[in-house]
Every structure is written in C-alpha cells, then in structure tokens.
Design a protein around this ligand. Structure first.
Ligand SMILES: *Cc1c(COP(=O)(O)O)cnc(C)c1O
Length: 231
C-alpha cells in the first residue's frame, strides 16, 4: 500500500463511520500523526492531500517541522508537554496543543505567551480510561480544571482530547469516547467565559471509527497512513 492509497482508505472509513452516525464527514478533520517518520515521508503525505500534521515530541518536531519543503495548513502538538520545552514548542507555531492536563505547566505556558504577546489555542486532555499510565485530567475534575485554565488570558480552550482505552473490547473503548462527548456537551452548556467547545479530538488507528460514531471531529491517525512505526 502506498501513502496515497492509505490516505484515501482512511478518508473512506471516516466517511462510512460518519454516515453510520448520521453525521457529515466534512466536519471531521484528519490529523496525520507523523511521529518517527522522515521529512520526506511527511512531504509525500502533504502532496497527497494531508493538510494537518501532528508530532508528540518537541525534540523531534523542532528538527523536522522547519525542514518541510511542502506547505501544510496546521501543525498540532499532541504529546505530553514539559514546561522546560515550552520555549522550543511555541516557535513552531502549533495551531493547537491537544494535551493540557496540568495547571503548573499551563501557567508557565501562559507566562511565556504573555511575555511575547502571543496567544495559543489548546485542548484539555482527559483521562477517560482510568489507566494510571495515561496522561490527562480525571473526568470528575475536568470542569474545575477548565474554569481555572480559562482564567489564563493568553490560552484559549477550544475543546477536549482523549486517548481511548488500549483494549480489543469495543464497548470499553466506546465508553471512553462517550464519556468525553458527554463532558464536551456538559462544558458547552455551562458557558464558561473564554471557553469554547469546538473540537473533540479522539480516535487513533485502532479506534477512530468508534470515535467518529461517538462525535469526534478531529481524529489523530498515524499507522493507518504511514504504516507501523519503527523506533
Ligand atoms: C501516536 C499517537 C496517535 C496515532 O497513533 P496510531 O495508532 O498510529 O494512529 C494519536 N494520538 C496520540 C496522542 C499519539 O501519541
């Protein structure tokens, strides 16, 4: 399979899942997760209709992103953000940081942005699977966390992100995504100042169809586009 075939197939599967859920596939963004893949391979994806790309490690992103000869619409950061890497991430101009889950890091990010008079769109990462190994805020603490983060003037909350449970049990995966969608609706109705619920980022190669059925409007796909990762 070539990358262009893979992209076509992923898009078709997103469209089919959207149709099953009575949704318009146009409202779902395909975010290509390019971690571990070379600049050349990323350029091939960009030549074949990919517009949004994501990395999860700042050290890797700062090497690759500035080298891309092919233009992209948006770069997203989806990995765990360490406060000592903030000054390396922001110059890469991430359109969206998906992974805010710690107040101290968010405050440092806001301080950095304020210093340079910059603004940053973010998502709040929620741990919907209750797996200790996963990053993300506890669902029960999410509303309070959002209220606190919303007061940081240079950060703009645009939605929620989660990683589904790693299991072959489809019902368990679906319940993670349902939980995030419920939280998304709940936060919307609270009308928290300076907080928008526009993006629901959920679904990866193994589970993106379930995520689309449960309301995702950003799916983060690596392996189904680029093949297995070699570390
Ligand atoms: C690697 C990664 C993905 C993509 O994973 P695939 O299973 O290869 O599609 C999505 N989201 C996050 C946060 C990731 O780190």
């Amino acid at each position: 399979m070539t990358i262009s075939n893979n992209i076509a197939e992923v898009k078709a599967r997103i469209a089919a899942a959207a149709r099953r859920a009575g949704r318009d596939a146009e409202e779902i963004s395909l975010l290509a997760v390019t971690k571990t893949h070379s600049v050349e391979i990323i350029e091939t994806a960009l030549e074949n209709g990919i517009e949004l790309i994501a990395e999860n490690r700042i050290q890797e992103a700062e090497k690759k992103i500035p080298q891309l000869a092919e233009s992209y619409k948006e770069f997203h950061f989806i990995g765990h953000l360490q406060s000592n890497k903030i000054s390396k991430l922001i110059p890469l101009k991430p359109a969206l940081i998906h992974s805010i889950d710690k107040f101290s890091t968010a405050r440092k990010l806001n301080d950095y942005l304020t210093l340079y008079n910059l603004h940053q769109d973010i998502l709040i990462q929620v741990n919907t699977s209750a797996e200790k190994s996963k990053f993300g805020i506890d669902p029960a603490e999410t509303v309070d966390f959002i209220r606190k983060i919303s007061l940081l003037t240079n950060l703009h909350i645009k939605g929620l992100m989660t990683i589904g449970r790693f299991t072959s049990n489809q019902a368990e995966i679906r319940s993670c995504f349902k939980l995030l969608h419920d939280l998304f609706q709940q936060v919307k109705t609270l009308k928290i100042p300076f907080t928008e619920m526009s993006f629901l980022s959920m679904g990866m190669t193994a589970d993106f169809e379930i995520a689309v059925e449960e309301g995702a409007n950003i799916v983060r796909i690596g392996s189904a586009i680029f093949g297995a990762r070699k570390y």
